[in-house]
Ligand binder design. Structure first.
Ligand code: HEM
Length: 507
């Protein structure tokens, strides 16, 4: 990519604003740097003495520049902006984020799931779409994707899914046998797979995609009544997708296509924005449903649970420094504020633990003291010390209870969590949950949401990928897609040049 766009002008722009004021080079201790490009040597052709500590410091810091990349969603881009509530949700939640007119600063990070840092932006993959709200009651993270559902519904299966989609441990290559083996052995994945191979599977950059919180969350009102809720954010730019061939070409010519597009649009003042919706479900409605409303492999039909517009958000500031503000951004689904809570969604329950653990590994135990992760309303607790501690809470008591005026638990926080919920049943493993009607919703999607042209593209995309795997796995895939729709199964079998496989394998 050789265009002189806003991204290409970054250094020139920096120079205009800063070059006159930056002063002389100083090391990390503020000591003037003697020579920035030459080592100290004994004579022109001689050795470097150990006392050239500035050269040592320079090399040693360089050796430590890389931190572990995110185990998933490594490649991404982010920006900052503001969420505005345009229609109050006060009847359902005490959260001030949803009081009409309230503006909340946000950080957003977009990502791809499977590729490593440096992989191409235009491959067929789910896109992460994570929102961090810096609210006056603490951080709320909505760590969503660009699809409303997910492949699996039990946290045990998440590492299995990812192992089957990342590199083979021997060849270090993408392994299409592992990929399709896992998906076809787990029919709960079929709806997400079908959506992934449709047009929205390769969005035309991050600005042209919708986002979804995916899970069912709870809203808690001033009487501590709970309403179940799903969050959706629709792009105001309109959805746009890339044609598969164009995407493949771009992966070679401009692998950072989506990152560049986001940066340039914001740098040019063309701020991308999204409209924010909720779907609501009462606890009684949830009990009466013929499907599990906490199953992340299923949507809530909009006819029954219409979307209500509650706000908008805009991204109007690029990071001043990518590593500091985006690579070190840390989202956790456990960051839930008073008035917004979790649900019995199994996958969400697993995610409540997984992310903070990942942050401690990736960024360290004090990662929440980093500016982009710190709550704007401060911290007062009983955690102390640890690597890279910046704010250690001074002389406040570090134990509880104490008689020295240390912080007490917050009655508001206690009041506005989920009200007591009743669960019953025997403690056991229930794999039958995986068979819970995997086909009705993808069937309806195939029949009602896709026109014939897109159906043809879905089949071609699926066939193109399935061609890379073994015939028995291809046949199993046809079987699974036939369970969605005979039409889809037939078309796929034809595209793969497989004779009818119906009846050859067990359903
Ligand atoms: C990132 C685990 C399911 C969306 C991550 C990370 C981990 C993780 C460990 C890296 C975090 C970091 O280093 O900062 C899991 C587990 C899951 C799960 C164990 C299931 C049990 C999901 C689902 C969604 C999702 C269902 C979408 C609804 C994301 C996003 C990121 C991410 C958007 C990137 C966040 C960022 O931009 O920093 N996940 N994940 N994940 N996950 Fe998940």
């Amino acid at each position: 990519m050789c265009t002189r766009d806003a991204a290409a002008e970054q250094l020139t722009n920096w120079q205009k604003d800063n070059a006159d004021t930056i002063g002389y080079a100083k090391n990390s201790a503020g000591i003037g740097i003697v020579n920035a490009d030459t080592s100290l040597t004994i004579g022109v052709r001689g050795v470097i003495p150990l006392r050239d500590y500035q050269m040592m410091e320079h090399l040693q810091h360089f050796n430590r520049e890389r931190i572990p990349e995110r185990v998933v969603h490594a490649k991404g881009a982010g920006a900052f902006g503001e969420f505005t509530c345009t229609a109050s949700l006060e009847d359902y939640t005490v959260s001030k984020v949803f009081v009409e007119g309230t503006k909340t600063p946000i950080a957003v990070r977009f990502s791809l799931v499977n590729g490593s840092l440096g992989s191409a932006d235009t491959v067929r993959d789910i896109r992460g779409f994570a929102l961090k709200f810096y609210t006056e009651d603490g951080i709320w993270d909505l760590v969503g994707n660009n699809t409303p559902i997910f492949f699996v519904k039990d946290p045990m299966l998440f590492p299995m899914l990812i192992h089957s989609q990342k590199s083979n441990p021997v060849t270090n290559l993408r392994d299409w046998d592992a990929y399709w083996d896992f998906l076809t052995l787990n029919p709960m994945t079929v709806y997400q797979t079908l959506r992934l191979y449709a047009d929205k599977g390769i969005p035309n950059g991050y600005r042209y995609q919708d986002g979804y919180g995916c899970h069912t969350f709870s809203l808690i009102d001033k009487n501590r009544q709970l309403t179940w809720c799903k969050f959706t954010y629709e792009t105001n730019q309109g959805t746009e997708n890339l044609d598969t061939d164009e995407a493949v070409k771009l992966a070679g010519t401009d692998p950072d296509y989506a990152t560049r597009d986001l940066y340039n649009s914001i740098a040019n003042g063309d701020y991308p924005s999204w409209t924010f919706y909720v779907q609501l479900m009462t606890t009684d409605q949830a009990k009466a449903l013929d499907f599990d409303p906490f199953d992340i492999t299923k949507i809530w039909p909009e006819d029954d649970f219409p979307k209500q517009k509650v706000g908008e958000f805009v991204l109007n500031r690029n990071p001043e420094n990518y590593f500091a503000e985006i690579e070190q951004l840390a989202f956790s689904p456990s960051n839930l504020i008073p008035g917004i809570g979790d649900s019995p969604d199994r996958l969400l329950q697993g995610r409540l633990f997984a992310y903070q653990d990942a942050h401690r590994y990736r960024l360290g135990v004090n990662n929440r003291q980093l500016a982009v992760n710190a709550p704007t309303n401060g911290t007062a607790n009983f955690q102390r010390d640890g690597a890279m501690c910046i704010y250690n809470q001074g002389g406040a008591p570090n134990y509880y209870p104490n008689s020295f005026g240390g912080p007490n638990p917050d009655p508001d926080a206690a009041q506005w969590t989920n009200p007591p919920q009743e669960f019953s049943g025997k403690e056991d493993y229930y794999p039958e949950y995986y068979q819970d009607d995997n086909y009705s919703q993808p069937k309806s999607y195939w029949e009602n949401d896709l026109d014939d042209d897109e159906k043809t593209r879905v089949v071609n995309n699926l066939a193109c990928s399935l061609e890379c795997t073994k015939e028995d796995i291809q046949k199993r895939a046809v079987e699974v897609f036939t369970n969605v729709s005979e039409d889809l199964g037939d078309r796929l079998a034809k595209a793969l040049n497989l004779d009818s496989v119906k009846g050859q394998l067990k359903a």
